[in-house]
Write a protein that binds this ligand. Structure first.
Ligand SMILES: Cc1cc2nc3c(=O)[nH]c(=O)nc-3n(C[C@H](O)[C@H](O)[C@H](O)COP(=O)(O)OP(=O)(O)OC[C@H]3O[C@@H](n4cnc5c(N)ncnc54)[C@H](O)[C@@H]3O)c2cc1C
Length: 439
């Protein structure tokens, strides 16, 4: 039973280890990094005292079981905060989501948006072939082009017409005409966003949620898997070491996992290549001033501003920055398939700081106490029109060779931390079943 091997120490690996422990199995969990936590790692710069997560991470799970588990993992020491989101568009700060708060926009534009909205509102719901058609049918062309279609090019790095709609869930709110008009006439505060409140550890950054992980598993860091032989049930690491396994649970990104599997057919390799993902360059800035923003997260629409989202880690926990100081994390997106990263991190930091000045978020009088960048190679799965068929081929093959996949990059979905954890639990469950069948 104990020869279940888990790859990856992110939320999915954590979920797998948690489930295996419940079955009395203490797994070995390997990770290529020198730290555990994957995307949910947090890093404090000891010299300046600023802490940054590996991308803005807040817990907004609605699942009571996961809420309770996470609270226990941090000994009930978490902040519970009301989410405050806003938008930056051509120098304006607009309440989120913009479609419910048009009142901040120029009057002529509001009229154009409403006129277009009424046109589609009165039509019979059309057959939707892609995200662009969904946007136009939901909001009218003027709004769709100015806001979500522009944001899509920055965040998903492709056009809305090249995207499916199977990732939407509750993410994009479709207002009624009455809601649109109310928000156009005056400020109001409808609670329609799918996130209204969130939790965040009081100390230690988001990684604190994973504090029990080393107690649940034998974690082996700096072990990069480079070859998998499902017939021989063996793994090889870049350090030359090889091990056997009874069952394998992998949270490795599929385009990385597939080419390392012995005997993988060419069509599966080709399918894995078609899976698109964004790379995020996170630029972290620490300042000697804390009053940087009203909201914890700001979405940036303008395509001539390099970052897509800004978050303010000092607003999540007071322990994320020295007293009286503030911090900014900017996300700048690239994609091997659609917009390859060619600049150096230093050049991107310079560009981000210049754009923060242009947006009026950093002032000339501010002192920059910390600046740095981290590259997140696999950030968001891109739901382009290739994804669905390519994923079916890849998952079908992994099912055939008995590799249990999990997490955001194993399931290859738009998954939050709670979903990645649950996915890890499920993969562990499947591994337990397969080893007990084989016994
Ligand atoms: C910018 C950004 C912001 C986000 N914000 C939120 C948020 O606010 N709230 C939320 O709930 N979710 C958020 N998410 C989603 C969240 O990060 C993921 O759902 C979750 O962290 C994924 O966990 P995982 O274990 O599936 O993947 P990962 O954390 O990536 O874990 C996979 C692990 O596998 C290891 N690995 C990969 N290849 C190999 C190999 N060859 N050998 C050995 N090890 C390997 C990696 O080093 C990594 O540690 C955000 C994601 C991003 C990108």
């Amino acid at each position: 039973m104990s020869n279940i091997v888990v790859i990856g120490t992110g939320m999915a690996g954590f979920g797998a280890a948690h489930r295996l422990n419940a079955a009395g199995v203490r797994p070995v969990v390997y990770d290529q990094n020198g730290y555990f936590g994957g995307h949910t790692a947090s890093f404090r710069d000891e010299a300046s005292g600023f802490l940054f997560d590996l991308g803005p991470h807040i817990s907004f799970t609605k699942d009571p079981r996961i809420q309770e588990l996470l609270a226990r993992f941090v000994n009930q020491e978490f902040e519970a905060l009301q989410v405050k989101l806003d938008n930056y568009w051509r120098g304006l700060r607009l309440t989120h989501p913009v479609q419910l708060h048009l009142n901040g926009l120029p009057k002529d534009l509001i009229v154009e948006i409403i006129a277009d909205f009424v046109k589609v509102h009165d039509q019979q719901e059309p057959r939707i072939a892609n995200y662009e058609e969904w946007l136009i049918a939901s909001y009218g062309r003027r709004f769709a082009e100015l806001f979500p279609m522009q944001y899509t090019r920055k965040y998903h790095l492709t056009t809305a017409s090249n995207m499916s709609t199977d990732w939407l869930g509750p993410r994009m709110y479709r207002p009624s005409l009455e809601e649109l008009l109310r928000g156009a006439l005056a400020p109001w505060a409808p609670e329609v966003h799918y996130i209204t409140h969130f939790r965040y550890p009081k100390a230690g950054g988001f990684l604190s949620y994973l504090a029990p992980f080393p107690g649940l598993a034998d974690i082996r860091l700096q072990h990069q898997v480079v070859a998998v032989d499902p017939a021989a049930r063996a793994l090889r690491f870049s350090n030359g070491q090889s091990i056997g396994y009874g069952a394998l649970v992998s949270s490795i990104p599929l385009p990385v996992l597939i080419p390392m599997i012995a005997g993988v057919p060419a069509d599966v390799i080709a399918a894995a290549k078609r899976l698109a993902c964004s790379t995020c360059v996170l630029v972290n800035v620490g300042l000697d001033r804390a009053d940087l923003s009203e909201g914890q997260i700001t979405y940036i629409y303008d395509e001539d501003i390099c970052f897509t989202r800004l978050s303010f880690p000092h607003m999540l926990s007071a322990t994320n920055a020295p007293p009286g100081c503030g911090s900014i994390q900017a996300e700048v997106y690239f994609s091997d398939k659609y917009r390859p990263l060619t600049q150096s991190p230093e050049a991107i930091i310079d560009q981000v700081i210049a754009d923060l000045h242009r947006c009026g978020i950093v002032r000339d009088s501010d002192r920059i106490l910390f600046r740095g960048a981290k590259i997140v190679r696999h950030a968001n799965v891109i739901f382009d029109l290739d994804r669905s068929a390519a994923l079916a081929t890849v998952h079908g093959y992994l099912d055939d060779v008995g590799i249990k996949y999990c997490g955001r990059y194993g399931d290859w979905g738009y998954m939050w931390t709670d979903e990645s954890f649950i996915s890890g639990e499920r993969a562990a469950e499947a591994a337990l079943t397969s080893v007990s069948r084989a016994a």
